[in-house]
Design a protein around this ligand. Structure first.
Ligand SMILES: O=C(O)[C@@H](CO)OP(=O)(O)O
Ligand SMILES: [Mg+2]
Length: 399
């Protein structure tokens, strides 16, 4: 019933105005799934390859589509994804592009769910999840590769850890975003927005910590549940010639570790992503040793959703958490394998969007299906609210 009868691929717009790959998968019994690939700006060196969409589409039509149509079942995700890997033949999807692969992989999952008449999160395993819902990490202030002339740290993320429901968590983050804007106004700081809809003010990181701390505590007082915050430092983007660049200032690796550890304690940070360069497993291990008992140290560019890199991290104790981005590795199977390896080793898997997104909401289902403690998917702005509103719908649907 879930045998794939057609795979259509097209270029559609992403939130930065760039083209990306969208896939439609149809099955024998009329199941339909549609998904689009996201795209990063602060991409890790070890990510699977994103090809220009026109090339990725042409290559997938030539190599992957003929192997899928009439041959493979959309309801069998491992079969779909193994076929994509075999059609590509490389380690990193350099032939058909991770953008074509991930769009097809996610669209097939949706088509498989459609045949069953089940929501995607259930088809992906969510029927066994507990009562937990992922807490949304909401990007409120940011800079780095996502906005010019703003903070050096890429993302300051609100984390409403005490919210009684997903819906209250989502609205809490929107309030923190609005409160941050008022504080910037009070300080006379003009702020544009970065790629993910976060405020991108021309302030120092020290000021951003202060503003974020104030916004979070004001909203916490107003709503009456605990809200903390975290960071994506995206330190690989700052690391050059052996030091971390903060505007004109630099920090050595030891200074960077001290700085992050101090910020964890001073601001009671709940989450720190990519505090060190993507090749520095030892630095990650040292920082995790120092503060890993009270915060999540999460590897994004470090692990790139790749089980081999994650295993290397596990071997040395680098990080206690992994960021999962399906397009970093190319298929849902690979993403699930990374989640499983992480959880077998006591690490948390956090599901994430990319800075370039579409209205595709697959990651909301992925986060629920994998029982992720957090989902990082922005705060406001259509392509972000697509996921947040889907989480609210899933929560509504599941109870
Ligand atoms: O670094 C990150 O975690 C992401 C998403 O916030 O950014 P990008 O998609 O640009 O890699
Ligand atoms: Mg990151």
């Amino acid at each position: 019933m879930t045998r794939i009868t057609s795979v259509a691929l097209r270029r559609v717009l992403d939130s930065r105005g760039n083209p990306t790959v969208e896939a439609d998968v149809l099955t024998e019994s009329g199941g339909f799934g549609r998904a689009a690939a996201p795209s990063g700006a602060s991409t890790g060196e070890y990510e699977a390859i994103e090809l220009p969409p026109t090339e990725a589409i042409a290559a997938a039509r030539r190599h992957a589509v003929p192997r899928l149509v009439d041959e493979v079942h959309a309801g069998n995700q491992r079969e779909v994804d193994a076929t994509l890997r075999a059609a590509d033949g490389s380690e990193n999807f350099s032939e058909i592009g991770a953008n074509s692969a991930v769009a097809i992989s996610m669209a097939a999952a949706k088509a498989g769910a459609d045949v069953l008449g089940a929501p995607l999160y259930q088809h992906l395993g969510g029927a066994f999840r507990g009562d937990n819902f992922p807490t949304p990490l909401g990007n409120v202030i940011g800079g780095g590769e996502h906005a010019k002339e703003a903070t050096n740290i890429q993302e300051f993320l609100a984390a409403p850890v005490g919210a009684p429901s997903v819906s209250e968590a989502v609205f809490a983050n929107a309030k923190v975003h609005a409160r941050a804007s008022e504080i910037l106004d009070e300080r006379g700081v003009p702020a544009a927005k970065g790629d993910e809809g976060a405020w991108a003010p021309p302030v120092s990181d020290a000021d951003a910590f202060e503003i974020m701390g104030e916004a979070v505590s004001d909203v916490e007082d107003e709503l009456g549940f605990e809200i903390r915050f975290g960071l994506d430092i995206a330190a690989s983007e700052m690391f050059e010639d052996g030091v971390y660049h903060y505007g004109d200032e630099t920090k050595t690796t030891d200074e960077q570790i001290d700085y992050v550890a101090e910020m964890v304690d001073e601001y009671d940070l709940v989450y720190v992503e990519d505090p060190l360069d993507e090749n520095d497993y030892e630095g990650f291990a040292e920082l995790t040793e120092r503060v890993g008992d009270r915060t999540l140290i999460c590897g994004d560019d470090l692990f790139v959703t790749n089980v081999d890199r994650l295993q290397d991290g596990i071997d040395v104790g680098a990080a206690n958490s992994i960021l999962i981005k399906p397009n970093q590795i190319g298929t849902l199977t690979d993403a699930f394998d990374a989640v499983e390896l992480a959880s077998r080793n006591g690490m948390d898997a956090v599901i994430s969007h990319r800075s370039g997104e579409t209205e595709d909401a697959t990651i909301a289902h992925l986060a629920v299906a994998t029982d992720a403690p957090f989902i990082k998917t922005g705060t406001v702005q259509g392509e972000r609210t697509a996921k947040l509103n889907e989480l609210i719908r899933i929560a509504d649907d599941a109870v």
